[in-house]
Every structure is written in C-alpha cells, then in structure tokens.
Design a protein around this ligand. Sequence first.
Ligand SMILES: Nc1ncnc2c1ncn2[C@@H]1O[C@H](COP(=O)(O)OP(=O)(O)O)[C@@H](O)[C@H]1O
Ligand SMILES: [Mg+2]
Length: 317
Amino acid sequence: MSILSLMDVKKFFPTAQGVVRAVDGVSFDIGKGETLGLVGESGSGKSTVAYTVIGSHAPTSGSISFEGEDIGLQASKRPLSIKKRLQIVFQDPGTSLNSARTIRQTLEVPLKVHGNGMSRQQRLERVVGLLDLIQLPPAYMHKTPGMLSGGEKQMVGIARALATGPSFVILDEPTSALDVSVQAKIITMLMDFQRRFELSYLFITHDLSLMRNVASRVAIMYLGKLCEVAGTSEFFRNPLHPYTQLLLSSIPVLSDEEERLKPGQVISRGEIPSPVNIPSGCSFHLRCHRKMEICEHKDPEMVDTDQGHRVRCHLYP
Ligand SMILES: Nc1ncnc2c1ncn2[C@@H]1O[C@H](COP(=O)(O)OP(=O)(O)O)[C@@H](O)[C@H]1O
Ligand SMILES: [Mg+2]
C-alpha cells in the first residue's frame, strides 16, 4: 500500500506575465519505506510539488492522499496528526533555521507543538537524543545557527524534521548547498535513519547520479510534468525518454558495462523554456534529438510500458 499518493496534481501561479504552470498534472505513489527520487532541472517544479504536499500551497486541482487520508488542503486546515507524520527538510539550511534561536529552542518548537504535554525535562532529554542522532555533542544545544558549519546546520534541519517521529520526510535538495564530502556524510545518515525509523522519502534533487544508490524509484520532471518514472535499476539500465537520455549522457559512469549501455552523445538544443510560455505539443520538443512531427502539436500521454515503467513520449505509443 502506498503511503503518499498524488493524482493529477496541478499548481498554477497567476503572475503579471501570465499563468505559471509550475506543476501541471503530476501523479505518483510512494510505498512504505520507499524513496522516490524526483529529479529535474532548476525551475521544473520540484519544490512546488514539495510545498503542495507539505501544505504550504493548496493544489489548483488534483488530489493528494497520505496514509489513506485525503490531504489536498492547506497546512493550516490539516489536523496536527498529519503534520506530525509528514515533515520536510529544506535545501538551504542557512535560511531554514531561525538565526536568533539556539539549537535547543529550534528543536523544542516541534516538541512543544506535537509533544502532547511533554515536560521541560522530557523535552531537554529529547533534544539531547536528537543531537546524539546527528552525532553532535549536547553542548551544541546552546549554539545559534551562525556558529555552525553548513553541514551541521543541515543536520539540525534533519533532526528538527525527525523530532516529531514522522513516517514520511520530503528532502528538497538536502545536500545541494553543501561540499561533496559533507554531502556523502549526510546521505549516509539519511539512509541510516530511513532503516531505523522506517521512513519513506520523497528525495528531490537536480543530481541524477545521486539517485543510483539512494532511490527505490526515479521520476524525471520537466516543465511541471513527469516524463518518465521507473524502478532505479530498470531506470539506469533502460532509460526511455529522450530527456532522460540527455540527463544520463552528462553523468559519470561507474563501470564498463554502463559505458556500453550509456546513450551516445546526446545533443541538447536550446535552453529550458519558461513555464509561462510552455511550447505547444510536447513541452520538450524544442530540445529533443528524436523529435517527430506529431511532437510539435500533440502532448503525449503517460503510458505504462512495463510493470511500473512509465514514459510520456510519442516514441512509445
Ligand atoms: N509563488 C510563486 N509564484 C510564481 N511563480 C512561482 C512561484 N513558485 C514557483 N514559481 C515558478 O514555478 C516554476 C517552478 O519552480 P520550483 O518549483 O521552485 O522549481 P524547482 O524546485 O524545480 O527549481 C518556476 O518557474 C518558478 O519561477
Ligand atoms: Mg527547488
């Protein structure tokens, strides 16, 4: 059974320049203990998906269910029991932590909201426990974010998300702002927490190579729509969408076998268009190396090619 399910979710923003179709009909399911990697270039709508799931945005249309309950509502209208189980870690640990609060105060906020009358002493013990979890000494509770490294700040962001004992965590580019060495440490921690606390993750990134060892399934997003979704090994073995092939052609390979399987050089034509002015037909056609005539005027439907391998491209009718 899936823990999170999105059905044809749309989120449009009216602006002075026109309507931004940031998320335009996204559907996916995430099973218990699974990690779905949501991958796309900057501006493809990944964070808007995250904010809609977490409830900062109400969807324009479509439905979202979490642990069997319909949650297509703004966070302010959601029951506390849902907020407690559904948490988020943001990309920029610098701005997501309140610089005026000590780490103890930051970690106590969710405990006060969701702690069901925990005593001061119990909260303190929980803060020490959370710091231990992220391998920071108890004395860190007295520090403010300005005294922490970028990696430490992000670990506090993760501890804050885990404070309420969630079942599902959205990770919105959790390591994109960090050095590679720190990135590896944080990913290892996240994978460890997933096993220990039976967490499901929506792991958002623009770095497809990161997904190989982290995701159970990978979903590729382009201009507000998914173009391909598949189990991770199937995804890397048999990428179908020309956009996926473009993304894969620019990441390093790990073995000779992969070198053989890797799509040959794929040429990207043009830049990512603006989501206000989405091209007619398939929104990727202007950059596609396999473009056909139909692609200019007909937007393809998502089709299931094989058990759970979905692709939205006229090459696969
Ligand atoms: N509140 C908003 N108002 C208007 N446009 C927005 C808003 N939030 C996001 N967008 C636009 O929606 C598109 C998708 O943004 P976002 O979800 O942040 O992409 P990503 O996280 O993949 O980089 C972008 O073009 C962005 O400018
Ligand atoms: Mg983003």
